[in-house]
Design a protein around this ligand. Structure first.
Ligand code: NAG
Length: 249
């Protein structure tokens, strides 16, 4: 930006903020609550809005919103029945953060329990920990009252996985392993040549690969932010992870 245009720019910014604040003649009650979500997951936003507009906290509204997506299996990327791993199993990752206390609760690679975001809230509110994983997360969630153990597979996830197996387990997330073009078990490919790894062409290749990965077809999942009537912020996310991931990811 040319130096001369900075005052104009600042003027624009201050005008913009004035307009936003100008709408808010009566204080926070007018500006909040607020619900923002990734993707057009309207039912999730509606559920969060209903919760927060009815007086629930930002944390509880985030949980209601993300939980709705888990139930609806939004895009097949949230909740049970989607994104089979290499073993054909669906597992759940979720996180919630309270913006007032800065507490975080999360579960990862949780098996047999559908309610990811509720499990994350239980970790946050009833433990001194931040993250529980795998089968131990499931045991915790069930012991704290969530339903399970449940079968998280669906006919769609099993069908997807069967086709992937038939396609020699391609695509997958392995690298520098043998065998390259077929199903495992995989083994390290031996010594990776460092000088070859660092050639300009290889680095360019990685950069191109990464940028070509950014589109609605390769990232998904609900992430949600809520500001409640008190002006308190909470954020959360819930997903069943990457399709054909290596179990444990
Ligand atoms: C889980 O559900 C899937 C899909 O309906 C089914 O194919 C599979 O057999 C079930 N697994 C168990 C252990 O019941």
């Amino acid at each position: 930006m040319a130096l001369g245009s900075i005052p104009t720019f600042l003027l624009f910014i201050s005008t913009f903020f004035f307009m936003v604040l100008g709408d808010d003649a009566v204080g926070n009650s007018v500006k909040y609550p607020l619900v923002v979500s990734t993707w057009p997951f309207k039912e999730a936003v509606k559920a969060a809005w209903k919760a927060v507009d009815g007086g629930l906290s930002a944390v509880d509204a985030v949980v209601e919103g993300c939980s709705t997506c888990e139930e609806l299996r939004c895009d097949g990327t949230v909740g049970p029945g989607g994104s089979p791993d290499e073993n054909g199993e669906t597992t759940i990752d979720a996180l919630v953060m309270n913006g007032v206390t800065m507490e975080v609760g999360a579960v990862a690679a949780m098996r047999y329990v559908k309610d990811g975001i509720r499990a994350a809230r239980l970790v946050m509110q009833h433990t001194e920990h931040t993250l529980l994983v795998g089968e131990k997360a499931s045991v915790f969630a069930i012991s704290m009252g969530l339903p399970g153990p449940s079968n998280l597979s669906s006919s769609e996830s099993i069908e997807k996985w069967t086709k992937w197996k038939e396609n020699h387990c391609q695509p997958n997330f392995w690298k520098n392993v043998v065998p390259a073009g077929s199903c495992g078990p995989y083994h390290p490919k031996g010594k990776v040549d460092v000088s070859e790894e660092c050639t300009k062409t290889n680095l360019m290749g990685v950069a191109e690969l990464r940028s070509s990965h950014i589109s609605p077809h390769n990232h998904d999942t609900i992430s949600m932010t809520v500001i409640d009537k008190m002006g308190h912020v909470a954020v959360g996310t819930s997903t069943n992870g990457a399709t054909y991931k290596i179990p444990g990811r």
